[in-house]
Ligand binder design. Structure first.
Ligand SMILES: [Zn+2]
Length: 248
């Protein structure tokens, strides 16, 4: 076995002080039944930000990004609670299913046995590197089920941290920043796509991903996220959120 200092240390710390529930801190549970219930209580619903950025795709989302749900997403993304990937991925899988069922192009592809691609939204380069993993891609793998995960969406340039930016600033920050990897363009032509992300806030990221996919000629774009910001049109993510990996 290769020596993995980070993981070994984490395993050791777990023995000394096992992590409690990521949602409420309750000991003896990594995700307690109450918090798991709250995560699943709201089935996928169609969601649209206000104001709605140009090109924002039809989007299905799970629970509101607040309280326990927000605690779980932040722990998963910022505190390396990779053990939550399965539970969050299950919520995302339901949203992907609803998004596919709600789109004529996607339904037609499924009926004809043609592929529907699941594409993780790209993470900000700096935050992905500092975490050393690609959490949204891990989530997509759980959510996709038997569908193909196509990691085709990439950022073409560094973008500023989205935290603290208004909806308009987020749009400007991301404008033209997403593209499809050249080597994967032909595999997406004529293919209906589902862009997935952990949280949708202003919709700037999903709008930008959709623009990039439409430019290469895919057959239709919908999106699915685990959670959506509770207050529509909210532009300030709040002072108590971590600065890195902010949902956008
Ligand atoms: Zn709990």
């Amino acid at each position: 076995m290769p020596w993995r200092p980070g993981e070994d240390l984490r395993a050791l710390l777990e023995l000394v002080a096992p992590a409690g529930c990521a949602g409420c801190g309750r000991a003896a549970h990594r995700l307690c039944p109450d918090c798991r219930w709250q995560l699943r209580a709201t089935g996928p619903r169609p969601w649209r930000p206000t104001p709605c950025p140009p090109g924002f795709p039809p989007t299905w989302s799970g629970p509101a990004y607040e309280g326990v749900v927000r605690a779980l997403v932040v722990a998963w993304k910022e505190q390396d609670r990779v053990d939550l990937t399965a539970a969050l991925g299950e919520v995302l899988r339901a949203a992907v299913g609803a998004a596919v069922a709600g789109s004529p192009e996607h339904r037609a592809a499924v009926r004809a046995g043609r592929p529907v691609a699941v594409l993780p939204a790209p993470s900000a380069l700096a935050s992905s590197r500092s975490r050393g993993r690609s959490p949204v891609r891990d989530l997509a793998a759980v959510a996709a089920g038997r569908r193909a995960v196509v990691p085709a969406l990439v950022l073409t340039r560094a973008v500023a941290d989205q935290a603290g930016l208004s909806a308009r600033q987020r749009s400007a920050n991301l404008g033209g920043a997403v593209r499809v990897r050249p080597g994967l363009v032909t595999s997406l032509v004529g293919v209906p796509c589902v862009v997935v992300d952990d949280v949708v806030t202003t919709g700037a990221t999903l709008g930008e991903c959709t623009r990039a996919l439409r430019e290469v000629g895919c057959a239709g774009v919908v999106a699915a996220t685990v959670a959506a910001t509770a207050r529509r049109g909210r532009t300030d993510p709040g002072p108590d959120l971590p600065r890195t990996g902010e949902p956008d």
